[in-house]
Design a protein around this ligand. Structure first.
Ligand code: COA
Length: 374
């Protein structure tokens, strides 16, 4: 299930140890602390999985209740952070807003000792949806949205602030699944960024701010937005097939397909695809879902490339009325758990990460006088 790996991009290199997850090794292909993501997505709420990843065990009922109560109490934003968010223009990218929001939070609520790492992480988990929606609603609708809702879940809190009304049960359930699927993925680019930062003994906000910047790119988290932009340009399944054949002929990269580690499928795709189909039936869609299915068929037939977690997330989020630029910030709301757990793991057994490079530059040479330079 995992590729034979070699070559550029540090493929196939073991860059450290982790007890947090396996990718392409057992179960359906992705496990968190020994549990198959398929089982977690079927039976758990996101907060249970966040607890598992961050604290090492699945919570019992009273631990889960206490954890949810704690998170609910941490949704508010300091006035100074709200003022910063209000100054960021409407046309900013929400990932940049979140990066700034996280960094500003680090100024206001600094992590001064590693003993605070669990609380600092829970605070970010609780208030990242507030940061995204406060800025989005203020810049787009001129509304100072109440971020201290009493919604039961992180996903419900997000949808409530975004749409100005309590979410439907189906949508809250899809958010649980989506956030579980995105929560952790071993040494991916953003997590590795966080671990490199942690290895210098930096603070949690710096590690997460760096990771957000890394996740922003279209080859990583940004793929769900890029996939949406592509599929909404297709008017029917046949139109999608014709246009995709053209893109493949021109050797364009198709976002939401392929993976650095998985060889023939991404276990997260099967799960989110089912939910996308349910949501399509719920909204009476007869374009976006069939278009997405045809894209999947064409890519497999022509290139043996499969959908990764991002592809059907695009249509699923769209069916729930989530604006495309907010897709990758939702990924952050979830992956924050994985990043923070990796930071804690790195801190617990740290050596500064400092690889070497193969030098390809000039031989040693003398510095010419300025008058002799071209
Ligand atoms: N569309 C078109 N061609 C693709 C492709 C895609 N989405 N993904 C891989 N390929 C091609 C590559 O260009 C490469 O062709 P080449 O040998 O002619 O250069 C070949 O398939 C093998 O690529 P591979 O080694 O499997 O990819 P990678 O490990 O270097 O990169 C990704 C992995 C995820 C970065 C890459 O598949 C990609 O860019 N996908 C689109 C972005 C995306 O969805 N990212 C989210 C990842 S969860």
């Amino acid at each position: 299930m995992a590729k034979q790996l070699s070559g550029a991009g540090l493929r196939g290199q073991v860059a450290g140890k982790t007890a947090l997850s396996t990718v392409g090794k057992s179960g359906s292909g992705l496990t968190y602390r020994g549990y198959d993501v398929k089982d977690l997505a079927q039976t758990c709420q996101f907060e249970e999985v966040a607890y598992l990843i961050l604290k090492g065990k699945l919570p019992n009922q009273s631990e889960l209740d206490a954890y949810k109560t704690k998170l609910r109490g941490m949704r508010g934003l300091p006035t100074a952070l709200k003022e910063v968010l209000e100054r960021i223009p409407k046309n900013a990218h929400p990932m940049d807003v979140l990066r700034t929001g996280c960094s500003m939070l680090g100024n206001l609520e600094m992590e001064t000792s590693f003993e605070q790492q669990q609380d600092v992480t829970d605070r970010m988990l609780a208030c990242f949806p507030s940061i995204i929606c406060y800025w989005y609603r203020f810049s787009h609708d001129g509304v100072r949205v109440d971020v201290e809702t009493d919604d039961d879940s992180i996903g419900g809190h997000f949808l409530h602030m975004l749409h100005g009304e309590k979410p439907r049960e189906l949508h809250e359930q899809v958010m649980h699944v989506s956030l579980i699927l995105y929560a952790e993925h071993e040494f991916n680019a953003s997590t590795f960024t966080a671990r490199v930062c942690a290895s210098t003994l930096s603070d949690m906000h710096s590690c997460v701010t760096g990771a957000i910047g890394s996740l922003r790119g279209p080859l990583h988290g940004g793929a769900n937005e890029a996939a949406m932009e592509m599929i909404e340009g297709f008017t029917s399944a046949d139109d999608a097939e014709e246009k995709m054949m053209g893109m493949l002929e021109r050797k364009e990269k198709i976002m939401g397909f392929g993976h650095a580690i998985y060889s023939d499928s991404d276990p997260r795709n099967e799960i989110i695809k089912q939910w996308s189909e349910k949501l399509a039936a719920d909204v009476g869609d007869d374009v976006l879902y069939p278009v997405s299915v045809r894209c999947e068929e064409v890519m497999w037939r022509e290139k043996k490339l499969f959908c990764n977690a991002d592809f059907f997330h695009a249509s699923a989020y769209n069916f729930m009325g989530i604006p495309t630029p907010l897709f990758t910030p939702i990924f952050v709301m979830s992956r924050l758990t994985g990043w923070a757990a990796h930071v804690m793991e790195q801190r617990a057994d740290n050596r500064i990460i400092r690889p070497s490079a193969e030098y390809t530059g000039e031989e040693l040479r003398p510095v010419p006088a300025i008058s002799e330079r071209a």
